[in-house]
Design a protein around this ligand. Structure first.
Ligand code: ADP
Ligand code: ASP
Ligand code: MG
Length: 442
């Protein structure tokens, strides 16, 4: 990425994409502070595209409003409703910039040229036409883009508003940085960067100076809400270095990027936890070909995202089949599977909606044995019962009872000594000390 000075010498200003999360724009005062930060960056000689999330808990409040009207809101109408949260914050940030004498314009996702597929509630960005944004920048304006949304086009005359899934403004930010070939992509949030665990439940969590795309994707996928999975994926594919940093303090953040020293760092880089887990067990499922397909095909068709599946070894012609989903999908899953139980002849379906998962993540896990046993020992010592285990090359996940999440995270953080600085890494043959930033709130 070119520095500001280098781009100025090349006669074009450096372009910075900044994204501000909901807590950063939660009220008028914070919006004014965000505007001041943007104005400062502009005074340094940069062009800016700024993505904003909805103010504070607006998205949750809009969801609750819809829920007070109906149990089953129409997905199209719901996306139209949710997109308004980001319209509010984008216009307000732009007004705050005007008040500082900075020319700016707020754009919806559609006006910013973001097109998506037609999957309401979890649309994927299909393409970005940057013409409007580029024209506004050329006219000397800071462009404020409403995050989390785009427009699906069924045909040239029929367009619909879509949203990108919870946390989707991160994805808007990274996608715009890629499409505009930005010099920097900064995600401002309410913590200083990426930590070894959620600093809200692990006060000893240590901030990481750098994390690889792969590790961050796993952490995000396993529940570290600080970055949306899709944003990290887009960053990885397009080689966008993502800086995660605090919007409240001027301190170094965390870089998400290709990490050549990944194998030399601690084998376990961090922990993630997720409370949004429900477990379904189908008891005494007939043990014959086609049964798994009969269960999971209709769930896939209905858009239910099945996470972990465990099928036991069969005995006397039957077996038990357990799988996990998000809690929001539990009612739908039961509705779909009830007639199938009767058809296929299972004994019963049991469900548990008070589940959670904890994961250890690190690129080095794949090359070193013993991590699973250390994880299980730590959980056992802490009295945490493991219900299901799943693994990937760089991750081990245990499903546990929700009320044991905090105990589990603390026990694992300690067992893998994550609060301690990482070992020295060899950079171009020179040993460099770990450059971890201070602890949250320090
Ligand atoms: P924003 O509104 O800025 O998008 P989010 O609430 O989506 O912010 O994400 C930031 C939150 O993510 C933090 O407040 C923190 O509690 C949580 N979090 C979870 N895991 C981590 C982690 N490993 N590192 C940093 N923050 C984390
Ligand atoms: N406002 C949306 C949400 O709460 C998108 C975002 O914050 O990134 O999920
Ligand atoms: Mg977020």
């Amino acid at each position: 990425m070119a520095s500001c000075a280098a781009r100025i010498l090349a006669m074009s200003k450096p372009l910075v994409v900044q994204k501000f999360g909901g807590s950063s724009v939660a009220n008028a005062d914070r919006i004014r502070r965000v505007a001041a930060r943007i104005a400062r960056e502009r005074a340094n000689g940069c062009d800016l595209v700024v993505v904003v999330s909805a103010m504070g808990d607006t998205t949750d409040e809009l969801l609750a409003l819809a829920g007070a009207i109906t149990d089953d809101p129409d997905p199209r109408e719901l996306d139209m409703l949710l997109a308004t949260g980001e319209h509010q914050s984008a216009t307000l940030v732009s007004m705050a910039l005007h008040a500082l004498g900075v020319p700016s314009i707020a754009l919806t996702g559609a006006q910013a040229g973001i097109t998506t597929d037609g999957n309401y509630g979890k649309a994927r960005i299909a393409g970005i036409d940057p013409q409007r944004i580029e024209a506004e920048i050329a006219a000397g304006r800071v462009v404020i883009v409403a995050g989390f949304q785009g427009q699906s086009r069924l045909d040239p005359t029929l367009t619909e508003t879509t949203t990108l899934g919870r946390g989707g403004s991160d994805t808007t930010g990274v996608a715009l940085a890629a499409a505009l070939d930005a010099d920097r992509c900064q995600i401002f949030t309410d913590v200083r960067g990426i930590y070894t665990a959620d600093p809200r439940i692990q006060p000893d969590a240590r901030q990481l100076p750098v994390i690889s795309y792969e590790e961050m994707m796993e952490l995000a996928h396993q529940g570290a809400q600080v970055m949306q999975v899709r944003a990290v994926e887009l960053g990885w594919v397009n080689n966008v270095v993502i800086e995660v940093l605090s919007s409240f303090e001027d301190v170094p953040g965390t870089l998400i990027k290709e990490d050549p020293f990944v194998e030399q760092r601690n084998k376990v880089r961090g922990l993630a936890h997720d409370r949004n887990v429900a477990k379904v067990t189908l008891v005494e499922v007939p043990d014959r070909p086609g049964v798994a397909h009969a269960v999971f095909a209709p769930l896939a068709e209905a858009g239910v995202n099945v996470d972990t599946i465990v099928q036991n070894v069969g005995h006397h012609g039957t077996t038990d089949l357990s799988f996990t989903i998000t809690r929001g999908d539990l009612a739908k899953t039961k509705r779909i599977l009830e007639p199938i139980i009767r058809e296929l002849g299972f004994r019963e379906m049991t469900t548990d909606s008070a589940m959670a998962k904890v994961s250890i993540v690190g690129a080095g896990i794949q090359n070193a044995p013993g991590y699973a046993s250390r994880m299980f020992a730590a959980l056992a010592e802490a009295g945490v019962n493991i219900e299901i285990i799943s693994t990937s090359e760089i991750r081990i996940t245990c499903m546990i009872a929700e009320d044991q999440v905090e105990t589990a995270v603390r026990a694992l953080h300690k067992a893998f000594a994550l609060e301690e600085p990482e070992p020295l890494v060899l950079e171009a043959g020179v040993e460099t000390a770990d450059t971890s930033a201070p602890k949250p709130g320090a």
